[in-house]
Design a protein. Structure first.
Length: 374
């Protein structure tokens, strides 16, 4: 078992407590919204109220995902941290994910291509993108990239918060950049037409990978350090270079958006605004780092959160800004209404319908078409 937010209480990284009931969500789904493309560049599907479920795709989870309007989600599989062998754990996890998706062919669709994202929308299914959040499963063998590409992994994040054999993460104090092995891996990922994701990376690792990669890279879930100065947020230099080279930046719904750690929807909008100003409106989207389904008892969750933070610190994988008194989600962007709520807020801030459609999904789709092909 790996020690990461998704392994603790069935995906505790983005656990969301609903602020909109089902009737409110249906009311929010005004004409035209049902056909909107929404891509969550980093999220998940699970019920945080059920620990150790054999099948995370319960009727509630699937119903709320449909209510949310989401078209496709980049879900994290494979090793992130912990005592398991990274390679064996990742192979098992991807195989298990395949088996679970086969149980729900009417609801879920494994995404291999940009066309599959469009197909998910047309068939009113939830597209599941397979992504990794730590390159440790490669060991010292870059050819394993080919194996995971054949298994359908489409997004490969080089590092988590600490350093690994590929480069330094956001919490590695040396900020040493890519290793020679990391450069070899980026080249292999390009050859396999996999998206290179620099979320969680240190600044030099991100900048060097963006320059080395022959395809545009992504930062699928982050904030803007110029707005909130924390290591998990990206500098303007990183944001600008990724955009200049045709890449994608997803803004998350995480405590790192506010110095207090108690992020609100207004903070999400502020970070989106800054990212659009730096990157341009064609390169910014969302990667919430959370699920749709709600935590039913937030009071009881406090104890779970305290345990989670303690375990992450003990494992050396936590980030500055994580504390037991800060939820790993945005308090007023929660539950199946979160995407429609954000759409309304962006509209109220003067964003046009066309710009909102780009941010909610079209920009990620364009990025996927560039890297994967149509």
């Amino acid at each position: 078992m790996t020690i990461d937010r998704r392994a603790l209480l069935a995906g505790a990284a983005g656990l969301a407590a609903t602020s909109l009931g089902s009737s409110a969500v249906r009311a929010a789904a005004a004409p035209g919204r049902a056909n909107r493309l929404i891509v969550n560049a980093l999220g998940g599907l699970s019920d945080p109220n059920v620990e150790g479920a054999d099948d995370p795709y319960s009727p509630r989870v699937l119903a709320e995902a449909r209510e949310s309007g989401v078209t496709a989600i980049n879900c994290t599989f494979g090793y992130v941290a912990g005592p398991d062998d990274p390679f064996e754990a990742s192979v098992r996890d991807v195989a298990k994910a395949d088996a679970l998706l086969r149980r729900h062919p009417a609801d879920l669709l494994k995404i291999f291509s940009a066309a599959d994202i469009r197909r998910a929308g047309a068939e009113r299914k939830i597209g599941i993108l397979y992504g990794f959040q730590n390159g440790a499963m490669l060991g010292d063998d870059a050819s394993r990239v080919d194996l995971f590409a054949d298994m359908g992994v489409r997004i490969f994040q080089l590092t988590y918060n600490p350093a690994n054999r590929l480069g330094d993460g956001a919490m590695a104090p040396e900020n040493r950049g890519l290793t020679p092995f990391g450069r070899e891996v980026v080249e292999r990922l390009n050859a396999q037409r996999m998206i290179v994701d620099l979320s969680h990376s240190g600044e030099r690792t991100c900048l060097e990978a963006a320059r080395l990669s022959t395809a545009p890279i992504s930062i699928n879930h982050t904030g803007c350090r110029a707005v909130t100065d924390l290591p998990r947020n990206k500098t303007d230099a990183e944001l600008r270079l990724v955009a200049e080279r045709g890449g994608f930046v997803g803004i998350y719904f995480m405590p790192f958006l506010a110095r207090s750690g108690r992020a609100r929807a207004a903070d999400v909008v502020a970070h989106i605004n800054h990212a659009v100003n730096i990157c341009g409106e064609d390169h910014v989207g969302i990667g919430t780092d959370g699920t749709v389904t709600a935590i039913d008892d937030l009071h009881a969750y406090q104890a779970v959160l305290a345990k989670e933070i303690a375990e992450r610190r003990a494992a050396g994988i936590s980030a500055a800004g994580e504390r037991p008194d800060t939820y790993p989600f945005v308090v007023d962007l929660r539950g199946p209404g979160q995407f429609f709520r954000l759409i309304d807020l962006l509209s109220a801030h003067g964003y046009s319908s066309g710009r909102i459609e780009k941010i909610m999904g079209l920009n990620f789709l364009r990025h996927a078409e560039t890297v994967w092909g149509s």
